[in-house]
Every structure is written in C-alpha cells, then in structure tokens.
Design a protein around this ligand. Structure first.
Ligand SMILES: [Zn+2]
Ligand SMILES: [Zn+2]
Length: 353
C-alpha cells in the first residue's frame, strides 16, 4: 500500500509520491482524484451523484484540505456530483481552497445545471472560484499558462482552452441556452518540478478535449518544454471516442493510458482507439492500456461465445474498475485495479490477441 500521509523531505526530494485515481462510474462519466504527498487532495470532475468513492477517499486520507475541485467542462457527465462533494466537505469541516472551471452556461438550465449549482454553493460557502483559460492575446503571443495548484516539488498546470475559444463558446452557449461543451475542456498536466527524467511523472488529464484543444496544448508545450504533453500517464480524452483521438497524439504516450468509460457506451471507447492506444502502450516498457469499464466494443467482438458470457467476470460491469497510479519522477506505475481486469484483458482490445 502506498503511503499517503506526510513524510519528511530529504534533500529537497519528497520521500512519498503523488497518486492519481481514476474512478469507475456506474454510468458514462468522469471522476478523478489526486492524493498529494501531504495528504491533501485534488478533484478533477465528479460526473455522478454517487459520492461513495469520494467519502471513502476522505476517510482513507483523513485529509483536512482539498486544494482544488476542477470541472474540466460543464457537461453533466463531468459535473453531476460536484455540488455533492463540496457539500460533503463542508459537512466534515474540510477546507476546499478553490473551484475551477473553464466556462459555464446560463443559470437555470434545469436538470443540466450542475456546474452553476456547484459554483453557487461554493460562493455561498466562501470558497474561491475561478473561470480559467490560457491567455492567447495578443493574437500570436501566448502567455504562460496558469496552474491550479503548486508546491516546491510539483505543479498542476492548465494547458487549454485558449481564452479566445473559451469566450466565444461561452457566448454561443448563452445564445443557445445550453452548456459550453468539449470545445472548452480544460487540459490539466501534473508534473514534478526540476525533473530531469520527464516525461516520467507527467500525467495528462484532457477531460473531453477536442483535437483543436489538444493541438493548442501541444504547441504550448513546444513553447514551454517543461510543460510537455509527453507523458507516462494519460486519461484518454472524451472516454476514448474516435473523433477526439487524432493519430498524432500517439507519439506523446510513453507509459500507461487509462480510458474512463461507461459500461455500455456506443463508440466510447471506440474499437480503433483501443487498438491503436493498446499497441502504443505495449511498445513502452511496462506500459499498458486500462479501461475503467468493460467496453461495448470488446463485448461485441469477444463475448459472442455464450459459455464465455456466463462467466461472471465478463459482461457490462467494470473492467479494471477504480485505477490507482503512483506518479513517480522515475516512471509512474499502476498500483491498484480490479484483479479480475487481467482476466477480462484477454477478451478486450486492450491486448493484442
Ligand atoms: Zn464526457
Ligand atoms: Zn463532454
């Protein structure tokens, strides 16, 4: 079991490491957490009203401080539970430092207004709230990107969306009375500072970012090499859809890839995305592809055998379930997953058959 409590720093290098958790949700959606080396945590999306895993995380870490809660974008499969987790923190007397999001739609969008409700709750409870983007004005002079949290040895930086895109899509969403969508998705990069072994320890969380946003983040990292999107842990954008995985993204995978997907999504993840990413991961030393759920594409392709399908380990449930990654300067490692996932791997596109 990894240590999550505070450990002394020796020679400026922390003796514990940061953990990333990607949770399996019973439906389509996204929920991730960072467990930092001082027992603080950070949340990226909570797209379910089930906060059992969040409560368990608070119990386990005994944290007294949530450094940030980030909504990558306003879609309900990323925001449904945000107000509930903020409320849980208030009830437990846990400090939440900041709530971040790129853009909101109009208030009172009815059942899809989860982000505004979370922001209003945060405001009423004295939390800091920030609408975030990367300043790309003047037009061809991009400013250094902002970060959501930083210590002496790590930083979580925002690499997208550019502010001009964000502003226009916020206005479009107000005019259409809808939520701004994947075109405004925040792209987060976790990295250790002064890490000569990078991209080891680089974790990329692109939410539902579009290829245009991924391209923006890639060009930003050409300008600021320490912010390279070259990574050894990536949460694949948009639950593994084909549109949001341009071929050129494969070059940035240097370790494990994680697909946060629902159990029966049509094309989320897409068969071709699973195949290409699995091949890329397999080519990396110790790298593999992991899905939180058993993909419909895999079930359709491999589980036609009725005897096989009676096996209780297969079906529509989780594949690797909740996934825990120890982010390390020397190379990140998957340290937690549903043990039955390795059996399911034989019946999925995450392995070469
Ligand atoms: Zn989504
Ligand atoms: Zn979305």
């Amino acid at each position: 079991m990894p240590q999550v409590g505070y450990s002394p720093v020796e020679g400026g290098v922390p003796t514990t490491e940061v953990e990333l958790r990607v949770f399996h949700l019973p439906h389509h959606g996204n929920a991730c957490a960072f467990v930092f080396d001082d027992a603080t945590i950070g949340i990226v999306d909570w797209g379910t009203k089930d906060i059992t895993s969040f409560a368990a995380l608070l119990d386990e870490t005994k944290t007294s401080r949530v450094r940030f809660v980030v909504a990558t974008h306003a879609h309900s499969d990323h925001t449904k539970g945000l107000e509930l987790i903020l409320r849980e923190c208030v009830e437990r007397d846990i400090t939440v430092n900041r709530l971040f999001y790129p853009a909101t739609g109009p208030v009172n969008l009815g059942p899809y207004d989860y982000l505004n409700r979370a922001a209003i709750f945060a405001h009423e409870n004295g939390m800091n709230i920030h609408a975030l983007s990367v300043n790309d004005f003047p037009e061809d002079q991009v400013q250094p990107p902002p970060y959501v949290a930083r210590t002496d040895h790590w930083e979580v930086t925002i690499l997208a969306p550019p502010s001009s895109t964000n502003t226009s899509h916020q206005l479009i969403s107000h005019r259409r009375e809808t939520n701004p969508g994947n075109t405004t998705s925040l792209i987060l990069l976790f990295r250790y500072l002064n890490n000569a072994a990078a991209p080891s320890g680089h974790a990329l969380l692109p939410g539902d970012a579009t290829p245009a946003l991924l391209r923006f983040a890639a060009s930003l990292s050409e300008q600021y090499p320490e912010l390279s999107i070259d990574n050894d842990t990536i949460v694949v954008p948009h639950h593994g859809s084909a549109h949001n995985w341009p071929d050129w993204m494969n070059q940035y995978i240097n370790g494990n890839a994680i697909v946060s997907a629902g159990p029966n999504g049509k094309d989320h993840p897409h068969e071709n995305v699973l195949k290409t990413i699995a091949r890329t991961c397999d080519a990396n030393e110790g790298g593999r592809l992991y899905c939180t759920s058993y993909a419909r594409a895999c079930r359709d392709a491999f589980a036609s055998d009725p005897v096989l399908m009676r096996n209780p380990l297969l079906g529509q449930g989780p594949c690797f379930g909740d996934i825990r990654v120890r982010l390390s300067r020397a190379g990140s490692t998957v340290i937690g997953k549903d043990p039955a996932g390795d059996f399911r791997r034989r019946y999925g596109f995450c392995t070469r058959l």
